[in-house]
Write a protein that binds this ligand. Structure first.
Ligand SMILES: O=C(CO)[C@H](O)[C@H](O)COP(=O)(O)O
Length: 222
């Protein structure tokens, strides 16, 4: 049986039309979307993708999806991306895969952002998972203390015992808050810290969220 992530991913393909520039998100759910998109392209669909991570870029190239970049166009018709948490207002928490900065640039450039998730990602309030925050490596110790002052427990993300390094050469601090009452306000506060590059809070950005739950699809609209 098709898993829910794949089902949500495939349901997003209907929104992609001939001639579009498509923002390609990151993560395992997006990878299912890329596989289906590659099939449509082989059947004759003409699109160009702008990837939001080096991983997505590599996989899209492997699948034969034509790519472009912001040096050719700054207009994205539609972006399709995953998320780690989605609340009832369609605010998102992202960055579990560490691609939040490029994802936000791509998602914000899109006329329409479609999020694809399985039902495990739906929450009544954001903050069950730690909030990923991308920080400059220089002075990350200071930046992390300043982030903690907003009421969370920050943990520097590591891989093989070393700091995880994002596609942009930065670190990620995973910040566990008791709960996130106002995602926009928290995002704005964190962004005021000089060493913070970007937060994984994406409030008021998704136009649609496609949720697959035990083989059934729900499409939420903002
Ligand atoms: O924000 C992300 C990466 O930075 C991903 O979209 C998010 O982690 C969802 O991943 P998956 O589809 O593998 O569950």
């Amino acid at each position: 049986m098709m898993e829910d992530k794949q089902m949500a991913a495939e349901a997003s393909i209907q929104y992609i039309k001939d001639g579009m520039t498509v923002g390609l998100g990151s993560g395992s759910t997006v990878n299912f979307m890329l596989e289906k998109l590659a099939e449509r392209i082989k059947e004759g669909l003409t699109i160009k993708g702008i990837p939001s991570s080096l991983k997505t870029e590599r996989f899209a190239k492997q699948l034969g999806i034509p790519l472009t970049d912001f040096s050719n166009t700054t207009k994205i018709d539609i972006a399709i991306d995953g998320a780690d948490e989605v609340d009832p207002n369609l605010h998102l928490l992202k960055g579990g895969g560490g691609s939040l900065v490029r994802e936000k640039i791509v998602d914000q450039a899109a006329d329409r952002l479609i999020i694809i998730v399985d039902s495990s990602k739906t929450v009544s309030k954001l903050g069950d998972s730690p909030l990923p925050v991308e920080v400059l490596p220089f002075g990350f110790e200071v930046t992390t203390e300043q982030i903690a002052a907003f009421g969370c427990t920050p943990v520097l993300r590591k891989r093989d015992g070393q700091p995880f390094v994002s596609d942009n050469g930065n670190y990620i601090v995973d910040c566990k808050f008791a709960s996130i009452e106002d995602p926009q306000a928290l995002h704005e506060k964190l962004k005021q810290i000089t060493g913070v590059v970007e937060t994984g809070l994406f409030p008021q950005m998704a136009h649609n969220v496609i949720i697959a739950r035990e083989g059934r699809i729900d499409i939420l609209e903002r």
